[in-house]
Design a protein around this ligand. Structure first.
Ligand code: SAM
Length: 209
């Protein structure tokens, strides 16, 4: 896939950067340094607004859900924010946690019941557990992306927004092209808080057709 990778910074710079985000997350009470990735994505692409119904896929330990709670929940609207993960994690104000596998047959039906008015924004930072085999890991990630896209096609309102973590590799371009067709705007973005040695990038797809 053609995604311009920034020059790999020195190891020293990398560790320093890691410490900065790690320490900052601790200081601000975020459960993961990943929280900064969503903050950066939001700053650049303006995806989060008060009152949106939101779904966080692969949410544990909850950094992204904390950001959703801050940026999206409205006391007036009492909009819904739901976080899903295979693992349990500590509750977050105004967020409903569901322990579930997104591949479960009843998953989409279950969400349709929760979100009777549809979803405005779906974010997925889901990542499979790694096997050590690069090709198998890539395929597992691609399958997760395809599943998140299927969920979006079923539940996202017209004009809705989808953010998905994808790992660059052989199959990534195919999935990007599928997603691109369904949205008016499509971007790939690597936040500064994402380690440069990691192949992760984020799809930001705005305005479901
Ligand atoms: C990188 S972590 C997410 C970090 C999170 N965004 C944060 O800010 O704290 C990836 C998560 O994806 C979850 N995951 C992977 N496969 C999943 C699946 N099939 N269904 C639900 N969650 C899944 C993992 O359990 C893991 O907690």
């Amino acid at each position: 896939m053609k995604f311009k990778k920034k020059k790999i910074k020195s190891r020293w710079h990398q560790y320093r950067l890691k410490d900065v985000f790690f320490n900052e997350a601790k200081k601000l009470g975020y459960r993961s340094r990943s929280a900064f990735k969503l903050l950066e994505i939001n700053k650049k692409f303006r995806i989060l607004k008060k009152g949106q119904n939101a779904l966080d896929i692969g949410a544990s330990p909850g950094g992204w859900s904390q950001i959703l709670s801050q940026k999206v929940f409205s006391n007036e609207k009492k909009n819904k924010i739901i976080s899903v993960d295979l693992k349990d994690f500590q509750p977050i104000d105004n967020v409903l946690n569901i322990k579930k596998n997104i591949y479960d047959d009843d998953f989409i039906l279950l969400l349709k019941k929760y979100f009777s008015e549809g979803i405005d924004v779906i974010v997925s930072d889901a990542a499979p557990s790694t096997t050590g085999n690069k090709f198998v890991d890539h395929i597992k990630n691609i399958e997760l992306c395809e599943k998140s896209f299927e969920i979006a096609k079923n539940l996202l309102n017209k004009g809705g927004i989808l953010v998905i973590k994808i790992f660059d590799g052989k199959e990534a371009e195919r999935v990007c092209n599928l997603i691109k067709k369904k949205f008016l705007q499509f971007n790939l973005y690597k936040p500064k808080s994402s380690k440069s040695e990691s192949k992760e990038i984020y799809i930001i797809a705005k305005f479901l057709k």
